[in-house]
Design a protein around this ligand. Structure first.
Ligand code: NAD
Ligand code: GLY
Length: 367
C-alpha cells in the first residue's frame, strides 16, 4: 500500500492506494468518529462492492443509500434521497458519510456531507479510474444544474480517501478510457516527462496491468494533492486542473448529461484547448499532435460532437465557473507540461478554434 497526504493543515488527509484495501477495516475505522455510518453508493456498484465494505465496518451502525446510476441523476432530487436516508435512520452530527462509487457518487455524497446538519465526517472510496485519479481528492463536491455542469456545490474535504485498485477489474473499458483523460491531463498541465511514461505504458494501462495502473494513480493523486495544497479554493493554480473542461462541460451540457462521459468530453475539449494554444503560437503543431495521439491511444474521442455549432459552445461556455465579471477565461498551454489561465486572447482565435475542422485534423494526423 502507498500512502500520500493532502497537505491542508488541520483539514489535511491521507490517500491510501493499494490492492484489496476494501477489506482493510482498520484504515476506514481510523477515520470514523462515532458509531453511525452512512454508505452512499449506486445500483451498479452496490452488488459489486457494498458487502465487502460493510464487512470491513462490522461493529458500526450502517445505513445504506443506493442511488440510481448515472450523470443524469447528479441532481437536487437524487441528493434529497441521501438526506431521506440519513434523517430516516436518525443520523446525528457524529455520523460518517462514505461515498462508494465513481465521481458522480463522490460529488453527491460529499455535497450531502457538507450540508447535513451543517457538515459531517466524510470518506471517499472511489471505484472508477476517474474518481481514483481526480474527483475523490481535493474536496470539490456538488451537483449539476440543467443550465450548467457542477454549478451548485461546496468545497468540502474528506477525512480520508481509500483507493482499492482491485475495483478497476469490473470497470467497463469505456469508463477506463474516460479516466485516462484526466491522467493525461496531469502530464499536459504540469509534467511533460509523465507524457513520455504514458506513451510507453498506455497499452498496459488499457489492459489493466496492476503495476502500471498503480503508478498512474499514485502519480496523478500526488500531482493533484500538490495543486490542491497550493490553492484549495481555486483562486489561482488549481484552475489549471480544468484544462479542456470549459469546452468539455459545454459538450456535456449540450449533449445531455451522461450522453458523453465526463472524461470523453474532457478529451475532446482538451483537443480544442491544444488547437487554440497552437493558434496562439504557444505550442507547436508537433506538440498539439502529440497530445491528440495520446487521447487516441487511450481510446478517447478527439473530435467534438458534430451537432455543436460555435454558437452552442459560446452559449454554454458563458456559464463556466472560470468566468469572472462576464469575462471568459480558458486554461491553455504555453508548452507541454505548462498550463496557464488566459483571459486576454483575441476573440477571432477562439472563434477559429470553435469552428475548426477536427475531423480533417484527425485525417491529417493519420497520414
Ligand atoms: P460515474 O460516477 O458515473 O461512474 C461511471 C460508471 O461506472 C457508472 O455507471 C458507475 O456506476 C460505474 N462504476 C463505478 N465503479 C465501478 C466499478 N468498479 N465497476 C463497474 N462499474 C463501476 O463517473 P466517473 O467518471 O467516475 O465520474 C464522473 C463525475 O465526476 C462527473 O460528474 C464529473 O463532473 C465529476 N468530477 C468531479 C471532480 C471533482 O474534483 N470533484 C473531478 C473530475 C470529475
Ligand atoms: N477537477 C478539478 C479540480 O478538482 O479542481
Amino acid at each position: 500500500m502507498q500512502t500520500l497526504h493532502v497537505d491542508l493543515g488541520e483539514r489535511g488527509y491521507p490517500i491510501y492506494i493499494g490492492a484489496g484495501l476494501l477489506a482493510r477495516g482498520d484504515l476506514v475505522a481510523a477515520h470514523i468518529i462515532g458509531r453511525q455510518v452512512a454508505i452512499v453508493t449506486n445500483e451498479t456498484v452496490a452488488p459489486l462492492y457494498l458487502a465487502a465494505l460493510e464487512r470491513s465496518l462490522a461493529g458500526h451502525s450502517i445505513t445504506t443509500v443506493v442511488l440510481p446510476d448515472g450523470e443524469s441523476y447528479k441532481t437536487w432530487e437524487t441528493l434529497q434521497l441521501v438526506f431521506d436516508g440519513l434523517l430516516g435512520a436518525r443520523h446525528d452530527r457524529s455520523t460518517t458519510v462514505i461515498a462508494l462509487g465513481g465521481g458522480v457518487i463522490g460529488d453527491m455524497a460529499g455535497f450531502a456531507a457538507s450540508c447535513y446538519q451543517r457538515g459531517v465526517n466524510f470518506i471517499q472510496v472511489p471505484t472508477t479510474l476517474l474518481s481514483q485519479v481526480d474527483s475523490s481528492v481535493g474536496g470539490k463536491t456538488g451537483i449539476n444544474h440543467p443550465l450548467g455542469k457542477n454549478m451548485v456545490g461546496a468545497f468540502y474535504q474528506p477525512q480520508a480517501v481509500l483507493i482499492d485498485t482491485n475495483t478497476l477489474a469490473t470497470l467497463p473499458a469505456r469508463e477506463l478510457s474516460a479516466g485516462l483523460a484526466e491522467v493525461i491531463k496531469y502530464g499536459l498541465i504540469c509534467d511533460e516527462p509523465f507524457l513520455t511514461w504514458l506513451e510507453a505504458h498506455m497499452s498496459a494501462l488499457r489492459a489493466l496491468d496492476k503495476e502500471a495502473l498503480t503508478t498512474a494513480i499514485a502519480h496523478s493523486c500526488a500531482a493533484k494533492a500538490r495543486v490542491v495544497a497550493a490553492d484549495e479554493r481555486e483562486s489561482g493554480v488549481r484552475a489549471t486542473l480544468n484544462l479542456g473542461h470549459t469546452f468539455g462541460h459545454a459538450i456535456e451540457t449540450h449533449q445531455g448529461y451522461g450522453v458523453w462521459l465526463h472524461g470523453e468530453a474532457v478529451a475532446a475539449g482538451t483537443v480544442m484547448a491544444l488547437d487554440m494554444s497552437e493558434r496562439l503560437g504557444w505550442i507547436t503543431r508537433a506538440e498539439r499532435e502529440r497530445g491528440v495521439r495520446l487521447f487516441i491511444a487511450a481510446g478517447l474521442p478527439v473530435v467534438p460532437p458534430e451537432n455543436m455549432t460555435p454558437e452552442d459552445f459560446i452559449e454554454h461556455m458563458a456559464v463556466d465557473k472560470k468566468v469572472l465579471d462576464g469575462k471568459l477565461r480558458l486554461v491553455l498551454l504555453r508548452g507541454l507540461g505548462e498550463a496557464t489561465v488566459a483571459g486576454d486572447f483575441p476573440r477571432e482565435i477562439l472563434n477559429a478554434t470553435l469552428s475548426a475542422d477536427y475531423a480533417a485534423q484527425l485525417a491529417q494526423l493519420k497520414n
